[in-house]
Design a binder for this molecule. Structure first.
Ligand SMILES: Cc1cc2nc3c(=O)[nH]c(=O)nc-3n(C[C@H](O)[C@H](O)[C@H](O)COP(=O)(O)OP(=O)(O)OC[C@H]3O[C@@H](n4cnc5c(N)ncnc54)[C@H](O)[C@@H]3O)c2cc1C
Length: 385
């Protein structure tokens, strides 16, 4: 059988097999297929794309990442996302982002803002009084300084994921749902195919983009040290204007932003979890209530409408893992996308596709993302306190 445009069955052979229909897999497949350069298939275990982190995240794009290499990824990704028009409008809705601190003196936030500005992030430092004057809803929140990043915003994550998968399909990498990859088949340390319940598929190139499950296929004896951490999101009644910016208290560790006519909030909880669908833990609701009571009393009583947990997956140094496997020829990783995989998705796909084609993307040093880097020794990732 040859590879059809929209397969209902597994083909016999593919130039590339991408595993996982989240942002990692979709953006890599789209970038590989762009211009019809590489043909293959994307295999997803679940019936619909984005069943896990990619469809259940906070959709925040923030330029104020602490690591400068992540800021570069965000900047490039925003450039690419902004050039993309989805069926329902732009993929990124600019809202601005406010990052609150509790410093007694402005030295630390001022240094941070200077560093961000040097790195091309448009942002400004506001005293609490200035911030409250510009954004009156902040009057009920405790903080001392705020960094305002005008270019931050909220993504249409479902629209963006769908458009990436459609682009991949048009370019020759269609998706096949309900098709779990049980094993990457190896021959003398080289990829020779994948095994699924629908049969085997021959290929020389596999992209492991399996999110919380990543780093195991083809490496069963020595999985990459990736750690999923569970985080909860809540949607509540909103006392805020619908055009309020994203608010993230970096010292207290909570964030919120308007979501339709409601408010999306997170207590920024991090609990190590095995790669499996997580159950909700009531302790996260208690943590959110405590943090709001102490730092945002005007929000402490908001009625929760719904909530869900999901997994963010990290390498020990919290940088992405994008590159060739150091031991298995033909196995490429796009993993460890932590809490930035939606925002950075387009840049990650571009970087991955370049490396797969044997080119270095000119705008970023991908050595820091290498699966062979020292930080991916056998360190155990600790949750942030
Ligand atoms: C609560 C929360 C809030 C977040 N907020 C933000 C945010 O505001 N901004 C931001 O940029 N990022 C955010 N993130 C992070 C972002 O969601 C992730 O970085 C990103 O979605 C990871 O994408 P992925 O494709 O690597 O993983 P996933 O979305 O998990 O996709 C992996 C896919 O692989 C499939 N799969 C696994 N194993 C197999 C197999 N053997 N065979 C076939 N398919 C398989 C899975 O079913 C899944 O569909 C958040 C994450 C969470 C959990």
């Amino acid at each position: 059988m040859v590879l059809s445009a929209s397969p209902s069955e597994l083909p016999d052979f593919a130039e590339v097999v991408v595993i996982g229909a989240g942002f990692a897999g979709a953006s890599t497949a789209a970038a590989l297929a762009r211009g019809g350069q590489m043909r293959g298939v994307l295999l997803e275990r679940e019936p619909v794309p984005g069943t896990y982190a990619s469809g259940r995240n906070a959709a925040i794009v923030r330029h104020v990442e602490t690591e400068s290499i992540l800021r570069t990824l965000v900047r490039e990704s925003v450039r690419l996302i902004s050039a993309r028009l989805l069926e329902d409008g732009p993929a990124l809705r600019p809202t601005g982002g406010l990052y609150l601190t509790h410093d007694a003196q402005p030295d630390r936030p001022a240094e941070w803002v200077a560093d961000l500005c040097t790195n091309g992030v448009t942002c400004e430092l506001l005293s609490a009084a200035e911030a409250r004057r510009r954004f009156p809803f902040l009057s009920g929140l405790h903080f001392t300084f705020a960094v305002f990043s005008a270019g931050d915003g909220v993504l249409d994550i479902h629209g963006l994921l769908t458009s990436l998968l459609a682009e991949a399909r048009r370019g020759g990498i269609p998706s096949l749902m309900n098709c779990p990859v049980e094993a990457v088949l190896l021959d003398a340390g080289r990829v020779r195919g994948v095994r699924t319940p629908r049969g085997e598929l021959r290929t020389d190139l596999v992209v492991d983009a399996t999110g919380a499950w990543a780093g195991r296929l083809g490496r069963e004896g020595a999985p990459l040290p990736l750690q999923p951490l569970r985080r909860h999101l809540f949607v509540a009644e909103s006392p805020l204007p619908a055009d309020a910016p994203i608010v993230w208290d970096l010292d207290a560790g909570y964030y919120f932003r308007p979501e339709g006519d409601g408010l999306l909030l997170s207590p920024c909880d991090e609990t190590p979890h095995p790669p499996a669908p997580p159950a909700a833990d009531f302790a996260a609701a208690e943590l959110l209530a405590e943090k709001l009571a102490a730092n945002a009393p005007t929000l402490a009583g908001v009625a929760i409408r719904r909530h869900w947990p999901c997994l963010r997956t990290f390498a020990p140094d919290r940088l992405p893992v994008i590159g060739w496997d150091p031991e298995v020829a033909g196995l490429f990783h796009v993993a460890g996308l932590g809490g930035f995989g939606a925002a950075c998705s387009l840049a990650i796909g571009e970087a991955a596709a370049n490396l797969i084609r044997g080119r270095q993307p000119g705008w970023i040093d991908t050595a820091e993302f290498s699966p062979a880097r020292a930080a991916l020794g056998h360190t155990v990732l600790q949750p942030r306190s």
